[in-house]
Design a protein around this ligand. Structure first.
Ligand SMILES: *[C@@H]1O[C@H](CO)[C@@H](O)[C@H](O)[C@H]1NC(C)=O
Ligand SMILES: *[C@@H]1O[C@H](CO)[C@@H](O)[C@H](O)[C@H]1NC(C)=O
Ligand SMILES: *[C@@H]1O[C@H](CO)[C@@H](O)[C@H](O)[C@H]1NC(C)=O
Ligand SMILES: *[C@@H]1O[C@H](CO)[C@@H](O)[C@H](O)[C@H]1NC(C)=O
Ligand SMILES: *[C@@H]1O[C@H](CO)[C@@H](O)[C@H](O)[C@H]1NC(C)=O
Ligand SMILES: *[C@@H]1O[C@H](CO)[C@@H](O)[C@H](O)[C@H]1NC(C)=O
Ligand SMILES: *[C@@H]1O[C@H](CO)[C@@H](O)[C@H](O)[C@H]1NC(C)=O
Length: 406
């Protein structure tokens, strides 16, 4: 009769129907519970050779029937190789002499090979800087005139052993250009803070990405480096492996809920294949202060992911060691801020977070606050109707009683 089955799927159509809206809300609830899954997570610095800095971090996350391996390294540009296996017993094997050789193919392996269900990689190739002085706000998509980018393959990185914290499951790679001719990084550094999780939760700090035991969070922070202009915008170039001729899919998801990241209603994600495979997820926002809020939020903009010739990108030995020679790279740029908003120039601070994971990306349920507001919004008309009904009922009743008395 009402044809609801076909017409009510649009949000707009359904807003008028409390029952349908309620059932939609209830159907989102299982997502919030889904992360009960836990893993035994360990972080290990793979011992290197005596005079090479130890810069290979192995995150091993063991579940009942599977093991995830995240190998983060700054041999070459910062990169992560992620591998999912269908056994709780798979191991990582590293042959340093092989890995450090000009042909590292096979220097990094996950064994047994036939347990591998999924593998891919992310490479953080360049730190970008743009001069936004002449960019009007209307053309905000173009960050401005690019300065020569900093190749992250030409950075030197700290010994991560000192930063490894087994209780919080974190480790930080901190680096600066090897050859800092302009002395921009005399007091500055670029840090990649990696965090693993043994269960599903949400950090206290914005953008409060929902994580699961299947994910790692990466926080990239630029601190104290001297910008080359008064209105410098920064960004990162990120590369990944393509699948055949195609690039992974990038999706934008919109929500009416910004409780976890004020004024950000979007979640971007990169999917390596049809679900469940692997994903990268981030909110298009960076922060220009350690105190994260609306005032320090810089809008992020990601360029489309497109095929990129391998030779035009700084190469990662660890990616080559695991995957062998590859030609199908895809890359995108993510840039932060506008010439008029808050910016890196305020405090010489910029921080951006993302999640990388295996399986289906965590999906945000509506936050309790928004659910409360909706309940009140839906409840108020209901109360008014109920009140009105009672009033009519009573009004009809009185004359009757009056008559009967007469
Ligand atoms: C890194 O730090 C650890 C602990 O401080 C030390 O044992 C190790 O030798 C260091 N490695 C290098 C290459 O300096
Ligand atoms: C693990 O595998 C067994 C047998 O294949 C299956 O019965 C069980 O449900 C799996 N457990 C999980 C947590 O996936
Ligand atoms: C490591 O690789 C080298 C050659 O790259 C090889 O000679 C050596 O046997 C390998 N070591 C192990 C333990 O496999
Ligand atoms: C900005 O634009 C003005 C006028 O078009 C030009 O003279 C100036 O060189 C530009 N500055 C930069 C940094 O591009
Ligand atoms: C680096 O810090 C020192 C001490 O705080 C300061 O004197 C110097 O000017 C700074 N250099 C740059 C390039 O910011
Ligand atoms: C930066 O701003 C100062 C003061 O407003 C100005 O003197 C200087 O020329 C500007 N520098 C650049 C590179 O635009
Ligand atoms: C990222 O931006 C830089 C500077 O504008 C540019 O050279 C590079 O090609 C861009 N990379 C991608 C993948 O768009």
């Amino acid at each position: 009769m009402c044809g609801c089955g076909q017409q009510c799927w649009g949000w707009g159509n359904c807003a008028a129907s409390p029952m349908l809206l309620l059932s939609l809300l209830l159907s989102t609830a299982p997502f919030a519970l889904r992360g009960e899954d836990t893993r035994q997570v360990s972080l290990e610095v793979i011992p290197g050779w005596p005079d090479t800095p130890q810069n290979l971090l192995h995150v091993r996350a063991v579940g009942t029937n599977s093991t995830l391996h995240y190998v983060w390294g700054t041999l070459g540009p910062p990169a992560v190789v992620l591998v999912a296996t269908n056994t709780p017993h798979s191991t990582l094997s590293v042959n340093w002499s092989h890995l450090l050789s000009p042909e590292p193919d096979g220097g990094l392996m996950v064994l047994p090979k036939d347990s591998i269900q999924f593998s891919s990689a992310l490479i953080f190739t360049r730190l970008l800087e743009f001069d936004s002085t002449n960019v009007s706000d209307t053309a905000a998509k173009a960050p401005g005139k690019p300065y020569p980018p900093y190749s992250l393959a030409k950075f030197s990185w700290n010994n991560i052993t000192d930063s490894l914290d087994p209780t919080t499951l974190t480790a930080t790679f901190q680096g600066h250009p090897m050859n800092d001719a302009t002395r921009a990084f005399v007091n500055g550094s670029l840090a990649f803070r990696v965090q693993a999780f043994s269960r599903s939760s949400r950090p206290a700090q914005s953008p409060r990405l929902l994580h699961t035991a299947d994910t790692c969070q990466l926080e990239v922070t630029l601190v104290g480096a001297s910008p080359r202009g008064n209105r410098s915008l920064f960004g990162l170039e990120v590369a990944t492996l393509g699948r055949g001729p195609d690039c992974p899919l990038v999706q934008e998801q919109h929500s009416i809920d910004d409780e976890y990241a004020p004024a950000v209603f979007q979640l971007d994600q990169l999917l390596w294949g049809s679900l469940p495979t692997g994903f990268v997820q981030w909110r298009p926002v960076a922060y220009s202060q350690q105190q994260r809020g609306r005032e320090s939020a810089l809008p992020g903009h990601a360029s489309p992911l497109h095929p990129t010739l391998a030779y035009s990108l700084p190469q990662s030995p660890i990616v080559r060691a695991f995957f062998g020679p590859q030609n199908n790279f895809c890359a995108f740029n993510v840039t932060f801020g506008t010439s008029t908003g808050p910016g890196y120039w305020d405090q010489h601070y910029l921080s951006w977070s993302m999640l990388v994971g295996v399986g289906s990306p965590p999906a945000d349920a509506l936050s309790p606050l928004v659910l409360g507001i909706m309940a009140v919004a839906l409840g108020a008309p209901g109360l008014i109707l109920l009140g009105g009904g009672l009033f009519l009922l009573l009004r009809h009743k009185r004359p009757l009683e009056y008559e009967s008395i007469n």
